[in-house]
Design a binder for this molecule. Structure first.
Ligand code: HEC
Length: 241
């Protein structure tokens, strides 16, 4: 019996962990064929995330090729942490310092879209609010007491979160109130975070891009193959009546 419970908890555990209780995750439209979106996402990532987080499984030249960005453009506009186009997307912040400053080292984001899922990332980046009791001055309705500050607040703006009591007297999040607007309107910000999430999904599995391309070639091949196959069939069945 004990064994059975153990097995059951192992099987169902990840499902509960992934669901994260009853938090609401927003849907996001992930499209790896949308190169413009991936390029915008890459720009946000190198400008706003790479100062603390690495994406160590990704090389700049691989990204340049996959996202169809000329290498010179990458070298001039998207490379801040190395001068080698074949270099890895590594942060320059030493992990010991990061730990000292934030209490926690920012994790590598190479596989974050696979471990957390795109909906989680999309919701997370849109769930920051002001909180004076937190060391960074920020908190997050999806990730309570997060050690990461809201690095995109200049775009989204700074918001307060308003909580209310539910029927059991437990404080639950109700809505946000804008305190200081950012440079983007709400739907512009959602679109920017969608691009960023799209990029992180690509980073999590760059081979998907190759598979997409391969899939198209396979389909073209099958269509071409259809012609001789059809003619052959006609030939074979000519005398069968
Ligand atoms: C100033 C440093 C800093 C910057 C810049 C930063 N982060 Fe973070 N981030 C952190 C820290 C510290 C944590 C760890 C938070 C914790 O565990 O409480 C974190 C955690 C995260 C997590 C949660 C990881 C997990 O599953 O536990 C995600 C996702 C994330 N960051 C994404 C981003 C993205 C995307 C950007 C760029 C828009 C970014 N971060 C920019 C410091 C930073």
């Amino acid at each position: 019996m004990k064994k059975l419970i153990l097995i059951l908890s192992l099987v169902t555990g990840p499902a509960f962990a992934a669901g994260g209780g009853n938090v609401h995750l927003d849907d996001v439209d992930i499209d790896l064929s949308d190169k413009a979106s991936l390029q915008r996402g890459a720009r946000i990532f190198v400008n706003y995330c790479l100062s603390c987080h690495s994406a160590e499984f990704m090389r700049y030249n691989r990204m340049a090729e996959d996202l169809e960005i000329p290498e010179e453009v990458v070298e001039e506009n998207l490379m801040f942490t190395t001068d080698r186009i074949g270099g890895l997307m590594k942060t320059t912040m030493p992990p010991e310092d990061a730990k000292k400053w934030f209490g926690k080292a920012p994790p590598d984001l190479s596989l974050i879209a696979r471990s957390r899922g795109p909906e989680w990332l999309y919701t997370y980046m849109r769930s920051f609010y002001l909180d004076e009791s937190s060391p960074s001055g920020w908190n997050n309705t999806l990730f309570e007491k997060v050690a990461m500050p809201h690095v995109l607040y200049s775009l989204q703006g700074a918001r307060n979160a308003v909580f209310k009591k539910d029927e059991n007297g437990v404080e639950v999040f109700d809505h946000y109130e804008m305190v200081k607007p950012g440079t983007m309107l709400e739907d512009e910000y959602d679109e920017a975070v969608r691009d960023l999430t799209n990029f992180l999904v690509y980073v999590g599995e760059p081979a998907k891009m190759v598979r997409y391309k391969l899939g198209i070639y396979v389909l073209i091949f099958l269509v071409i193959l259809l012609i001789p196959a059809y003619l052959l069939k006609k030939e074979y069945f000519k005398d069968v009546h």
